[in-house]
Design a binder for this molecule. Structure first.
Ligand SMILES: *Cc1c(COP(=O)(O)O)cnc(C)c1O
Length: 427
């Protein structure tokens, strides 16, 4: 494979954009080498500017669950564009997407559309604070909830990749309202809540932690969060920006049978356009302006193109058999990758929740941030590079999840397994 054009473009971009990119992990710093510049994408495949093609397991970091450039999504978008790209006034499309979200998430009684996952979590926390009249929040080490000040504390994802869990530029006075505890550690949460509940507005959690790979909740962990928060009048927020419509159509809350007070969504519900959403109990959502006093607004919120891409994506996903197919393919991939690792004698742990997964280069079970950090990032980097040159696009960091789509075929999986065997062997 040649990367001549990508290399040239990265030099150009690096003079113009910090690190040559508009979002940090894209720059390949965690794995070394040069990021690949993309020209187009179709189905399960990405095509770069040098003419190489890849089977894609990044899927724009999750949103492209029906595959890239799905003909139905593209056709609907073309039609929508003709009607105008933004009005700053309500449209029927917002009702349609809201109805789809509410019917898939019984815990959501009212929803507000925003433009990113970051906005969704930031606004949900503001709603929780407004509702409870309390200031502090509890989050879990390694959970990423977007880059709002106060949430960039032990935040996984890019932050873990770069080893700067606490970003400069976040005032200590913000961070001090954020209490962090280890994921899967009920005792730690209980201790904090029993001591300080009067000042705690909410507990925010990724029910499956996708921003340090793919860490599953231990049986009882989410149930206990639900019990504790209910007992002390604390708002329980599930950040399902990644897991929503991905772990199951109804998200992790459907998969694990827990009803949070507020839910944050993003990624899949935008179908590849910029969207986020937060919603939940009526009495909390009624706090949001103009119904209530908690201010939150957006020039482009509910954008007609973004709503259209989201609606079309959810339509495809909600068709009979679509989820069974997605989860079936994901299970086949799991089996193929585990088998490749075993045959190659690679020491790895593989985890999967629905259609998201992670292969950790470690022999120890990964249950939280500390155990995730034991993974061998050098081995991952060499695996990543070999996979890429074999035409398989993985996220360029050990601490990111991989994603499956409806467009991935059995042949894609076979090709991936062959590349994985070769790559595991060389690590
Ligand atoms: C991606 C992500 C976010 C942030 O969403 P953006 O659209 O990148 O702002 C928040 N929470 C979780 C769980 C995510 O995976």
């Amino acid at each position: 494979m040649r990367f001549t054009k990508s290399k040239k473009l990265f030099r150009q971009a690096s003079a113009l954009l910090p690190g040559g990119v508009n979002s940090p992990v894209r720059a390949f710093r965690a794995v070394g080498g040069n990021p690949v510049f993309i020209k187009s994408a179709k189905g399960s495949r990405l095509y770069d500017v040098d003419g190489n093609s890849y089977i894609d397991y990044v899927l724009s970091w999750g949103p492209m669950v029906v595959g890239h450039s799905h003909p139905k999504v593209v056709a609907a978008l073309k039609k929508a564009v003709e009607n105008g790209t933004s009005f700053g006034a309500p449209t029927p499309l917002e009702i349609t997407l809201a109805e789809m979200v509410l019917s898939a998430y019984p815990s959501i009684e009212k929803v507000r559309m925003v433009n990113s996952g970051t906005e969704a979590t930031m606004s949900a926390i503001r709603a929780a604070r407004g509702f409870t009249g309390r200031d502090r929040i509890i989050k879990f080490e390694g959970c990423y909830h977007g880059h709002a000040d106060g949430l960039l504390v032990k935040a996984g994802s890019g932050a873990t990749t770069f080893g700067v869990p606490d970003s400069p530029g976040v005032p200590k006075s913000y961070a001090k309202n954020t209490i962090t505890v280890p994921f899967n550690d009920v005792k730690a949460v209980k201790n904090v809540i029993e001591k300080d509940w009067k000042s705690i507005a909410c507990v925010i959690v990724e029910p499956v932690v996708g921003n340090i790979g793919c860490v599953l909740p231990k049986p009882g962990f989410l149930e206990n969060l639900r019990k504790l928060t209910r007992k002390y009048g604390i708002v329980l927020i599930f950040d399902e920006v990644m897991t929503g419509f991905r772990v199951a159509y109804g998200g992790a809350q459907a998969a694990f049978g827990i009803k949070p007070d507020l839910t944050c969504l993003g990624k899949v519900i935008g179908g590849g356009l910029p969207v986020g959403a937060y919603g939940g109990k009526k009495e909390i959502m009624s706090m949001i302006a103009p119904e209530g006093p908690v201010y939150q607004a957006g020039t482009l919120s509910g954008n007609p193109l973004a709503m259209t891409a989201g609606i079309e994506t959810l339509k495809i996903l909600s068709k009979g058999g679509a989820y069974e197919k997605l989860l079936g393919r994901s299970a086949e991939l799991e089996e193929a990758l585990k088998d490749a690792a075993k045959r190659a004698g690679a020491v790895v742990k593989f985890y999967r929740a629905g259609s998201m997964f992670c292969t950790y280069f470690t022999g120890k079970e990964v249950v939280d941030y500390e155990t995730a950090k034991l993974a061998d990032t050098k081995k991952f980097a060499s695996f990543f590079a070999r996979m890429l040159s074999n035409g398989i696009n993985l996220a360029p960091s050990q601490f990111e999840a991989g994603f499956m789509s409806l467009a991935h075929s059995r042949r894609d999986i076979d090709e991936t397994a062959r590349a994985a065997y070769d790559s595991f062997r060389r690590v």
